[in-house]
Design a binder for this molecule. Structure first.
Ligand SMILES: [Zn+2]
Length: 229
């Protein structure tokens, strides 16, 4: 089925308009070639996948990135949100665009901040952002949620600074039924749910078939380098 083009003219639409049964966010990443299938990827967790959402392709395209932020803003427009936060690096751009559209749609300033990896592998709110977060109602964003591990670290960093998390939202929940509201203790609102099967390296069918690991995207380069040592 051909994928119809959504509004990408730069005009600011004010409603989510599904162009087909497929969620618009999925149509967007497919159209720009950011959702790659039938390949061989290694994720940050070390697990192997045949499909991968390459967020960097999306974030190089401001029109599409803006529309995704707008979809996230519309999805969460019913909530009282004063600050949007996401983990670096993908969360920086998602939080910025979503806060921009929330500000526009609500007619009030909504701030955008981001967390960063800490030396203990948690997430921290640096750059004076703790002061922005303190006492404010927060929306936490992530691009793709697989286990929710990173989001939980963001939640911990925000709570430590006195922020009040209202909801977690994401472009994709790639573990439908596994990652839920209960995972985060607040409502979890992904724009789309997609099932991506992950494999441990020892029983990865792509490895068994000798399909080369994609070293351009995800964490395949580090995986291949570690194997050649
Ligand atoms: Zn593999």
């Amino acid at each position: 089925m051909p994928i119809r083009h959504a509004a990408t003219t730069g005009a600011l639409a004010t409603e989510a308009v599904p162009m087909s049964d497929e969620p618009e966010v999925l149509q967007i990443v497919k159209r720009i070639g950011a959702f790659k299938t039938r390949d061989h990827f290694v994720g940050v967790s070390g697990l192997h996948f045949d499909s991968y959402m390459v967020k960097d392709i999306l974030f190089a395209r401001p029109t599409e990135a803006s529309r995704v932020g707008e979809l996230l803003a519309l999805r969460n427009l019913d909530l009282d949100i004063e600050v949007v936060a996401g983990p670096a690096t993908g969360g920086i751009l998602l939080a910025q665009w979503t806060a921009f559209h929330l500000s526009r749609l609500k007619g009030q300033e909504v701030y955008a901040v981001f967390t960063e990896k800490a030396s203990d592998k948690g997430q921290i709110l640096g750059r004076g952002y703790g002061d922005i977060v303190a006492g404010r109602k927060m929306l936490v964003l992530e691009d793709s949620v697989r286990t929710g591990g990173t989001v939980k670290k963001v939640l911990a960093a925000i709570t430590a600074c006195g922020g009040e998390v209202t909801a977690v939202s994401a472009m994709f929940n790639v573990s439908p039924g596994k990652v839920t509201d209960a995972t985060f203790g607040v409502p979890f609102r992904p724009l789309a749910e997609i099932s991506v099967i992950s494999y441990h390296v020892d029983d990865c069918p792509m490895c068994k078939q000798g399909i080369p690991v994609n070293v351009l995207f995800a964490h395949g380069k580090a995986f291949v380098e570690s194997r050649s040592k």
